[in-house]
Design a protein around this ligand. Structure first.
Ligand code: MLT
Length: 259
């Protein structure tokens, strides 16, 4: 489905009934990465999965795309769907966007699920790397970007099926969208000070072999969020929802059922 929100065309799916759960995808993927979670969740909840601007079937406006712009897109999509409050699930860049949403629309969050993400901003080296990667994507395209990123996104022993899925989802994206998100992530502020102010039930998930957001980064986050729960998923790297989908789904569902 498509909606014009925040002056752009956003592609999304909206399935199931009941409590609203919105899944925010990682960089540089699309809503397609949540297929397993969507299939499971739609039997229990109203499950909303957008392709963020610049990704999947959504529009690719000029970048950069600050995390606040993504948060505004999501709030506008929720308005369009007449959803007031939502359980927000964000993986990696999806988590950065959840922090921006928290900053702007805290009252609309019923609960939070943060997977394989961090609250801290990029340092100077990280920012320079973003610009380098943005230029790489613009020059060489999305398929080349997929090859470059794959080793960091997955555990060394990830199945060839998962590898192929990730490669395909990334390669289908527009390199201009990839560059827009990279330049947007470089702009994000430090969200660490937001963590103690989180007052909604919060579940943290991390792949035990996540090389981009190591479990100790998420353990530190857990310490700062009152009453939060951290679950480590063995055998998963950064894209834990794809690499250990069964465990991810069971943990997510039991969290939702306790709300
Ligand atoms: C992601 O998975 O969304 C990215 O690894 C986030 C990042 O590059 O910081």
């Amino acid at each position: 489905m498509e909606a014009i929100v925040n002056n752009i065309r956003l592609s999304y799916s909206d399935r199931g009934e009941g409590r609203a759960v919105l899944l925010i995808h990682a960089f540089p993927l699309s809503g397609a990465m949540w297929e397993s979670q969507r299939n499971m969740l739609e039997r229990h909840a109203r499950t909303i999965v957008p392709d963020l601007r610049g990704f999947g079937a959504s529009a690719v406006p000029d970048g950069p795309y600050p995390m606040e712009t993504y948060a505004d897109d999501i709030a506008a999509l929720l308005d369009f769907l007449d959803v007031r409050r939502v359980v927000l699930v964000g993986l990696s860049m999806g988590g950065y966007i959840a922090f921006a949403f928290l900053r702007r629309y805290a009252a609309r969050i019923e609960a939070l699920v943060l997977a394989d993400t961090r609250a801290g901003p990029d340092n100077a080296t990280g920012k320079a790397g973003r610009e380098e990667n943005a230029r790489f994507a613009e020059a060489h395209g999305a398929a080349a970007m997929a090859e470059k990123m794959l080793p960091n996104l997955l555990a060394p022993n990830a199945s060839s099926e998962v590898r192929e899925t990730v490669r395909r989802i990334i390669a289908e994206n527009d390199p201009r969208g990839i560059a827009g998100a990279l330049r947007g992530m470089a702009l994000r502020p430090d969200s660490t000070e937001l963590l103690p102010a989180i007052r909604v039930p919060t579940l943290l998930l991390v792949g035990q072999e996540d090389g981009l957001t190591a479990p100790d980064v998420m353990a530190d986050m857990q310490q700062r969020i009152d009453g939060s729960q951290l679950v480590e998923l063995p055998g998963a790297g950064h894209l834990s929802n794809l690499e250990q989908s069964e465990m991810f789904n069971t943990t997510l569902l039991s969290f939702l059922q306790r709300l």
